[in-house]
Design a protein around this ligand. Structure first.
Ligand code: G3P
Ligand code: CA
Length: 268
């Protein structure tokens, strides 16, 4: 091959490599201007925290599937908001007093609508098996029940921690988030709380040491507050915003995403 051909091939290689790197740099979901987070799945249209709710959320193009976690008596992580099964299943009792076999026998859909009477409580592993790398996960560590290490091990087993932003972990519990941050500095964390928890520059400064953003009730924020949060280089993901007008108002204020039960309330 002539020297000229070598040079052209080399330049072509550099060009392709640069384009590839550029494409991957822009591939970070957290760089999107606005994120639609499927609160407990598409929970306005299907029973929360069921596979049906998550499948629908994916079909409706949610940027993230939100999953609250509880743990069974025999240490299996399950998708469930409450610490008891009473509200969302036909059973009774605390989740952590029931084995996974007992939890899997419960009807987790009829309370929402009879047509969902085959829905069950999914384990986190079932959700990860179903969706793998095809979706992004916004996982909430619900209680101070020591699930942090178990959760990180599971996410690592599924290779979900390499692609920054594919998993966000959120919690109302500062200690949980700080422990996760200690175990793995690369996982983006969201501190949940009330406006009182995030009311001063000092508090925002403190949070920015371990989290990339905050989540709070959307009714408590305005444009000035949003700017203050941004000044601390924190993202703002308010909850739970279920109508189009409010979502559009929040976008105008400059929030980075919202948790919603109704993903069709906003079309980008
Ligand atoms: O993470 C936002 C939101 O999910 C917190 O509220 O009660 O629905 O878990 P909750
Ligand atoms: Ca939640």
């Amino acid at each position: 091959m002539s020297l000229l051909k070598w040079k052209i091939s080399f330049l072509f290689f550099i060009l392709v490599t640069s384009l590839f790197l550029l494409a991957n740099l822009n591939n970070n979901i957290l760089d999107k201007d606005f994120l639609l987070i499927a609160h407990r799945g598409a929970s306005g249209c299907a029973p929360e925290h069921t596979m049906e709710s998550y499948k629908l959320a994916k079909e409706m193009n949610a940027d993230y599937l939100e999953i609250d976690l509880q743990i069974s008596k025999d240490n299996t992580l399950v998708a469930m908001h409450d610490s008891t099964v009473d509200r969302t299943t036909n059973g009774t009792g605390r989740v952590d007093s029931l084995t996974i076999d007992e939890l899997k026998k419960l009807d987790a859909g009829s309370w929402f609508d009879q047509s969902f009477n085959q829905s069950t409580i999914p384990t986190l592993e079932e959700v990860l098996d179903e969706f793998g790398h095809d979706v992004n996960y916004y996982i909430e560590v619900k209680a101070e029940n020591g699930i942090e290490k178990l959760l990180l091990t599971l996410l690592d087993d599924y290779d979900l921690l390499d692609n920054y932003g594919q998993v966000i972990i959120q919690s109302f519990h500062v200690d949980s988030l700080k422990l996760i941050n200690k175990l793995n500095k690369k996982i983006p964390l969201i501190q949940l709380g009330s406006i009182e928890d995030f009311s001063s520059k000092e508090k925002l400064e403190y949070i920015s040491n371990y989290a990339i953003g905050i989540g709070l009730n959307y009714k408590d924020i305005d444009k000035n507050y949003t700017e203050e949060v941004k000044n601390h280089n924190l993202k703002l993901h308010p909850f739970i915003v279920n109508n189009t007008e409010d979502i559009e108002l929040l976008i105008e204020m400059g929030v980075d995403g919202v948790f919603t039960d109704f993903l069709d309330a906003y079309t980008p």
